[in-house]
Design a protein around this ligand. Structure first.
Ligand SMILES: [Cu+2]
Length: 141
């Protein structure tokens, strides 16, 4: 019993740098696109755990030639995608990248995706550092 507790404690201590990260990302996933499509979107929930605002200035992925921050905009009755230069998370803010909302746009896919693949996504911060995420490909049809 005591041994288990100590192991758990060790695991917690080991994990602390991760927990202390100012940005954490969960529920990341990439939409499975039709084989003919050369772009797709990725979604995630991003938490700012810090006391200061954090600005994301871009994104990247190893499977796409270009990855952009996008939002959806309704104008003249038409929904269209708009490229965002930045996404800012206020202190202790959480933003949800989701279908029909803000998302990461993966353009120029280097190879067709398959459900269950793991895709590496990088969120680039204004200070030049990147948050690296692994996101599974999901078939939402
Ligand atoms: Cu888009």
């Amino acid at each position: 019993m005591k041994k288990t507790y100590l192991l758990l404690l060790a695991a917690c201590l080991y994990a602390q740098p991760l927990l202390a990260a100012d940005i954490t990302v969960d529920k990341a996933w990439v939409r499975l696109s039709p084989p003919v499509a050369d772009s797709t979107a990725a979604y995630a929930t991003i938490h700012n755990n810090s006391n200061t605002a954090i600005t994301l200035t871009g994104a990247a992925s190893n499977i796409a030639k270009k990855t952009e921050l996008h939002s959806m905009d309704m104008s003249k009755g038409t929904m269209r995608m708009v490229k965002l230069d930045t996404i800012t998370l206020a202190a202790h803010d959480t933003i949800t990248l989701a279908p029909g909302k803000q998302h990461l746009m993966l353009m120029g896919l280097k190879h067709p995706l398959h459900a269950g693949d793991n895709v590496e996504l990088r969120l680039i911060r204004a200070n030049g550092t990147a948050i690296v995420i692994q996101a599974p490909v999901r078939d939402m049809r």
